[in-house]
Design a protein around this ligand. Structure first.
Ligand code: NIG
Ligand code: FE
Length: 427
């Protein structure tokens, strides 16, 4: 096929995460990370057309016809990371709460006193759409520079029609203009706003009957989320809202069993959710039900780390019980001020005893499946979108092992080189 390869990359190791195009890897299969030593990937337009051992790919494509050629024998090429749980659009930051928590005041106590999420709600309501856009562009740039090429973003700092829609419109605009692919989630029931104090049922009704139908009608979100937690929204309230979301054509992923074992995992299985997230306090019955109902467990280890907890989600038990497992950042200004997926992998390995291979599967193909994108992104396979990251390390284990430094050299998004030598490419 002369003359029609736009980009050819060769690398010391190519981590394909291939073999799971139809459904997420589970159990033993999570350790079967496909690695091609001395490999190559050929790209045409936005798509991958060939991947395999370098000699074989070169034979097939006749190297001299490739328009651009990146030869990186000492580096490791991976799929672009998929981050399936973030709160990347918000007003303000919360560095004072960071200091407060270190002094011993718990996260949920701060929220109860009107701080935490509610502080970000006040800041977000005050911030104009243009200012939010400006700030979020910078966040997305950093996300991309760290190797993430697809990201889910939730609303949830508006908590009323006007401001939830403002957030979702910002997310929509970002989707149109930024190279990172964005999946929008409606999280209108993230906390009880001050104007509804003591009336959480009324608030759920307002979200269910007024805000959700508007969001669904305008197709502003693909998923619906809720913070199902003691002191926030009960299982019953969450069920009411999420059922309505399903009726209106939204898919479901939600914050479940983070602080207290309420039965969030069981609810996720009952509703056929795409994912239940956090799950530090998941019950054994909840694990079994999620495995049977095919609900992904999206674990967010940087959150208990930030909240200085000793306890993490029981990843090993979930893998043993064949729950499909993904990892995400949970990036937000309070409980998790990082969007570095390599750092998430480090914490997954050190705090939840996942192997580096399992962590890789969890931030690539399994994360993609949890967002319904498993056929398009999350692995390096012919026909998939050419979302690729070249890390300046000799093998994949360096990525969780050598932590706290950005090791990204090159990012390719939809076949285009966006990041070169760790910086945005000019022009
Ligand atoms: O996933 N738990 C609820 N929501 C976020 C926190 C958001 C915030 O603190 O601003 C979470 O941890
Ligand atoms: Fe979250």
């Amino acid at each position: 096929m002369p003359g029609n390869v736009d980009l050819l990359l060769t690398a010391g190791n190519v981590i394909t995460a291939g073999g799971f195009k139809k459904e997420a890897a589970r159990g033993e299969a999570m350790r079967k990370l496909e690695i091609i030593e001395d490999g190559a990937v050929a790209v045409r337009g936005e798509k991958i057309i060939e991947v395999g051992p370098r000699e074989k790919v070169l034979e097939k494509i006749a190297k001299e016809t490739a328009h651009t050629f990146i030869h990186a024998p000492g580096m490791t090429l991976t799929p672009g990371f998929v981050d399936p749980h973030t709160h990347s659009v918000f007003g303000g930051f919360r560095e004072d709460e960071f200091a407060l928590r270190i002094s011993g005041i718990p996260y949920m106590e701060i929220l109860k006193e009107g701080g935490g999420i509610l502080e970000t709600v006040r800041a977000t309501r005050k911030t104009s759409k243009d200012e939010l856009l400006e700030k979020s562009r910078k966040v997305l740039d950093r996300i991309l520079l760290n190797g993430t090429t697809t990201v889910e973003i939730k609303s949830g700092y508006g908590l009323d029609l006007e401001n939830e829609v403002k957030m979702l419109e910002v997310i929509d605009q970002l989707q149109k203009e930024h190279p990172v692919d964005i999946i929008p989630t409606f999280l209108g029931a993230h906390a009880l706003p001050e104007e509804y104090a003591g009336r959480s049922d009324d608030f759920i009704d307002y979200m269910k009957d007024e805000v959700l139908p508007y969001v669904a009608e305008r197709k502003l979100a693909r998923f619906c989320d809720v913070f199902c937690e003691e002191g926030v929204f009960s299982v019953e309230q969450s069920r009411r809202l999420l059922r309505k979301a399903k009726e209106l054509g939204l898919e479901i992923r939600f914050h479940a069993d983070e602080m207290v074992s309420l039965g969030g995992a069981e609810l996720a299985a009952e509703l056929g959710a795409a994912s239940a997230d956090h799950l530090l306090e998941i019950s054994l019955a909840g694990m079994e039900k999620m495995a049977t109902a095919d609900v992904t467990a999206t674990l967010l280890p940087a959150t208990p780390f930030t909240l200085m907890k000793d306890k993490y989600a029981p990843a090993r038990e979930m893998i043993d019980r064949h729950v499909p497992l993904a990892l995400a950042s949970d990036f937000n200004p309070g409980s998790c001020p990082t969007h570095s997926i390599p750092l998430i992998m480090t914490l997954a390995c050190l705090k939840m005893k996942m192997t580096p291979e399992e962590a890789f599967i969890a931030v690539t193909i399994n994360a993609a499946h949890s967002l319904g994108l498993g056929e398009d992104v999350g692995s390096i396979e012919p026909g998939k979108q050419a979302d690729l990251v070249l890390f300046d390390v000799p093998n994949h284990r360096f990525i969780p092992y050598y932590y706290g430094i950005n090791l990204v050299d090159t990012v390719v998004k939809k076949g285009k080189i966006i990041v070169e030598k760790g910086c945005f490419k000019e022009g």
